[in-house]
Design a protein around this ligand. Structure first.
Ligand SMILES: C[S@@+](CC[C@H](N)C(=O)[O-])C[C@H]1O[C@@H](n2cnc3c(N)ncnc32)[C@H](O)[C@@H]1O
Length: 250
């Protein structure tokens, strides 16, 4: 009988919940992909497993085709299938209880649960069971750092990827939480000068950066802060909330 525990570990070892620690303690081993020699996020998983005396089985990440955005869904599916094959090989050979450590929370922009569903659909892993342990997500940490509620009273918050922000604005969204952005996509904020921005990068890491204010007044600060985060941690990830001025009065 093979069991998988999908464990969210927040933005680092200091965010491990009691439930996550118990899940790790009850696991025979953990599995993670290795993206290259300088995989900082793998390093975090190594530290967590070492601290909890869990063996970490490292699997080289299958190559992902990023060159053809027109066929993005197919490229992602192919990459998921290759990961499923690699994980299945380990799970079939080892059995027992395996932990998959997920950055943040597994419910938000993470493919691990789809990968596990793919594993369970295989004949060689028939009977596979799995459960999920939640972790602190980047939006939760952003809200905590800015000491804010993510939506005006009784209003929605629309969560989207930066590349889809123009679409969200065209739909009339006025309170938008943006993830998966890059330096380039910050240019899309320029027309939103009067909107309020609450921005955070590398939340929970040594290079953590926070900026808040009207877009027109703080966008250059955000660009500088992205560089500062990268120079401290060697990587940068940001999450931000954009709110139209008229929404603030609600
Ligand atoms: C693949 S998604 C993973 C999200 C994660 N599962 C969660 O619950 O937050 C990666 C995106 O999450 C956000 N993110 C992850 N870690 C972050 C951090 N430490 N600070 C700010 N944003 C972060 C960024 O928008 C980044 O592009």
């Amino acid at each position: 009988m093979t069991h998988v525990r999908v464990v969210g570990f927040g933005m680092g070892p200091h965010h491990l919940t009691g439930e996550a620690v118990a899940a790790l303690d009850a696991s025979d081993y953990a599995i993670a992909v290795r993206k290259g020699p300088d995989d900082e996020l793998l390093e975090v998983r190594r530290r967590i497993c070492a601290a909890h005396d869990v063996e970490l089985v490292e699997i080289p990440d299958p190559i992902r085709d990023r060159d053809d955005p027109a066929d993005y869904p197919t490229a992602v599916r192919t990459w998921h299938d290759a990961r499923v094959d690699a994980f299945a090989t380990e799970l079939v050979a080892r059995g027992g209880t395996a932990a998959f450590l997920v950055w943040g929370d597994p419910s938000l922009y993470d493919s691990m649960l789809r990968v596990v569903e793919g594993l369970a659909a295989r004949g060689d892993l028939a009977g596979l069971t799995w459960d999920v342990v939640p972790g602190i997500s980047a939006p939760q940490l952003l809200a905590a750092r800015h000491r804010m509620v993510l939506h005006p009273v009784g209003a929605p918050v629309h969560v989207t990827a930066a590349r889809r922000l123009p679409e969200a604005l065209a739909q009339g969204q006025r309170n938008v939480l943006v993830m998966l952005g890059s330096d380039r996509e910050l240019d899309a904020l320029e027309p939103l000068g009067a909107w309020q921005l609450w921005w955070g990068a590398n939340l929970g890491a040594p290079g953590e950066q926070l900026v808040a204010g009207r877009v027109a007044e703080v966008l250059d600060d955000v660009r500088r802060a992205r560089q500062a985060a990268r120079s401290v941690d060697g990587w940068v990830m940001d999450t931000y909330l954009l709110r139209a001025a008229e929404e603030e009065a609600r």
